[in-house]
Design a binder for this molecule. Structure first.
Ligand SMILES: [Mg+2]
Length: 329
């Protein structure tokens, strides 16, 4: 079957058929609006994200089901970064009339598989013809116990800076792909199928453990830079403390300069958070609960100290605060 035979509403029915009933959904796909319940005593947290072909992904490097999964992951990751729990999603798609239906089906299959994985429900969206690139827009709504949301603005001098998981794997995979090389399956998976740390984010938020938190979409230095800006503090990051995977360490032995990918490479979707010294003792239990390593990578310093990195040889430098910026360069 072709997309032209199915039409917009046929395509929407096809998506709807794959959506399971979800908690808090009073009315889902098919009416003018969705009607949803929040858990009592909770606040709504909402975020939206776009993925555009040739800007965020290349179809020749990305399996469509992986892209569907990633579209969910990058959004629920932002809810995790607030210490919240994601519940409901809206998906809007733009694609040319001639777009292969199998590719769309594959995208939706991956998207709905990720919805089941993160226990979130697709409750609405839109489809539209695009003059060229495949455009994906996802909105996610979640909840936090009233007043328990974690912002980027609460870091204080003396707080420890922690990251979950390992850093730089996604950027290393992209670096290898761009050089025409094949990343190993672990690195490839970290790039095309990142896992949002939703259990960790909710556990940290519920325990009111972090003073500030953000998810690592633009790279450690750029995202820490957002925390420093919102918290009006400085920070010292230590290269020696960066949590690195065995695959990343192997690449680093051959090319030591690749450490920049762990510092400035994006799309790890780990959580970066700051913790007051007296709360660090609560982290091992949360790490066990989330089955994730939590590693101290530095410390928050006085306002005006800026962002400083201590290199492996003990020297310090001020990194150019980089990261990806859509409208720069
Ligand atoms: Mg974010």
């Amino acid at each position: 079957m072709k997309l032209a035979d199915l039409g917009e509403f046929g395509f929407i029915d096809r998506i709807k058929a794959g959506v399971a009933a979800g908690s808090g959904v009073c009315l889902g796909i098919g009416d003018d609006c969705a009607v949803l319940d929040l858990p009592p005593g909770h606040q709504l947290v909402t975020t939206t994200d776009m993925l555009i072909e040739e800007i965020h992904f290349r179809r020749e490097w990305t399996d469509m089901a992986d892209l569907g999964r990633k579209s969910v992951a990058v959004n629920v990751s932002d809810v995790a970064a607030m210490g919240g729990t994601p519940h409901h999603l809206y998906l809007s798609l733009g694609f040319p009339k001639t777009f292969p239906l199998e590719a769309l089906d594959s995208f939706i299959k991956g998207f709905l598989a990720a919805c089941r994985f993160y226990q979130v429900t697709l409750v609405g969206g839109d489809t539209c013809r695009s003059p060229g690139p495949f455009v994906i827009s996802v909105t996610v709504e979640g909840s936090v116990p009233a007043g328990h949301f974690v912002t980027r603005g609460g870091a204080r001098p003396g707080d420890a800076v922690y990251a979950s998981g390992t850093l730089g794997d996604s950027a290393l995979a992209l670096h290898l792909l761009a050089a025409g090389k094949t990343p190993d399956p672990f690195l490839r998976d970290r790039h095309v199928n990142p896992q949002a740390r939703t259990r960790l984010g909710a556990a940290l938020g519920q325990g009111r453990i972090p003073s500030a938190m953000i998810d690592l979409s633009d790279g450690l230095l750029a995202d820490l830079g957002h925390i420093l800006e919102c918290s009006a503090t400085g920070a010292l990051v230590e290269e020696e403390l960066l949590p690195l995977s065995p695959s990343f360490r192997a690449a680093l032995r051959e090319s030591p300069e690749l450490v920049r990918l762990a510092l400035a490479g994006g799309e790890d979707y780990e959580l970066l958070f700051t913790v007051a010294p007296e709360r660090e003792k609560d982290l091992p239990a949360v790490a066990r609960q989330a089955s994730l390593p939590l590693s101290r990578v530095g410390r928050i310093t006085e306002p005006g100290a800026g962002l400083v990195v201590r290199a492996a040889d003990g020297s310090t430098y001020r990194p150019a605060t980089g990261g990806f910026n859509h409208f720069r360069g």
